[in-house]
Write a protein that binds this ligand. Structure first.
Ligand code: PRP
Length: 221
């Protein structure tokens, strides 16, 4: 019997969207769509076992080998720098990493910049690349509040529609990294379960390409 491939999916809207791609690629597991508290689902015939985990934890499961593969946002990969292989851009959950500030913000480069973010590592790397002194204020959510309340000068955060920024009278100063969901693999699973990992990667690659083509055709109409 072929070995099962254990796949960590991010719980939530992105995970559901990405599961549909696995399903279209031939790795379905209908029970996963039933609402309930169950976290593990398998389809022995297709050789896959899925489990729902918190989006920020996917890379930990994969890095440690509790999952052979997983789906995680590029933002989390950039922030936590896990020791995994990034196999495929799934072209889903697209957004951008940005610096934003109140509309009347004027920067003075000689001053230490106070940056609120839940992506401390990304922010640190970004400002280090331009040799800028910063003071990181690490928050876990509602980052947009920080400059409004004077807790920070700017924020580093993901922007999808821009609605949250607009609603809080903030504007983007710079977009500096495109973000999307990535298919990742554990390094030893990639060696020892290569056949299964490769089969899934290739089938998903075809789904991504077909979706891109359909979007292109729709745009041309
Ligand atoms: C994220 C992000 C922004 C918002 C951007 O927050 O931190 O606040 O989404 O999306 P938009 O450009 O479409 O408005 P999330 O919903 O993850 O909640 P959080 O504030 O708890 O981080």
């Amino acid at each position: 019997m072929k070995p099962m491939i254990n796949i960590a999916l991010p719980k939530g809207r992105l995970g559901e969207q990405v599961y549909d791609m696995f399903e279209q690629a031939g790795f379905d597991c209908p029970a996963i769509k039933k609402k309930g508290r169950k976290l593990v689902f398998e389809n022995e015939e297709a050789g896959v076992r899925y489990f729902w985990v918190k989006p920020v934890d996917v890379a930990i499961y994969v890095e440690r080998g509790a999952a052979d593969m997983g789906v995680v946002g590029k933002d989390i990969i950039m922030e936590t720098e896990p020791d995994i292989y990034e196999l495929l851009d799934l072209d889903a959950g697209k957004c951008r990493m940005a610096v934003a500030a109140p509309r009347d913000f004027r920067d003075s480069p000689s001053r230490t910049l106070r940056v609120a973010t839940k992506f401390s590592n990304i922010a640190r790397n970004y400002y280090a690349s331009m040799d800028r002194d910063i003071d990181i204020i690490h928050l876990n959510g509602s980052i947009e509040l920080a400059p409004i309340l004077g807790l920070s000068d700017v924020i580093v955060d993901i922007v999808e529609t821009g609605n949250t920024l607009r609603a809080n009278k903030l504007e983007v100063l710079e977009y500096f990294a495109p973000i999307s969901a990535r298919l990742i693999a554990n390094k030893s699973a990639f060696r020892f379960k290569y056949e299964g990992v490769d089969r899934i990667t290739e089938a998903l690659g075809k789904i991504v390409a077909a979706k891109a083509k359909a979007a292109e055709e729709e745009e041309a109409e």
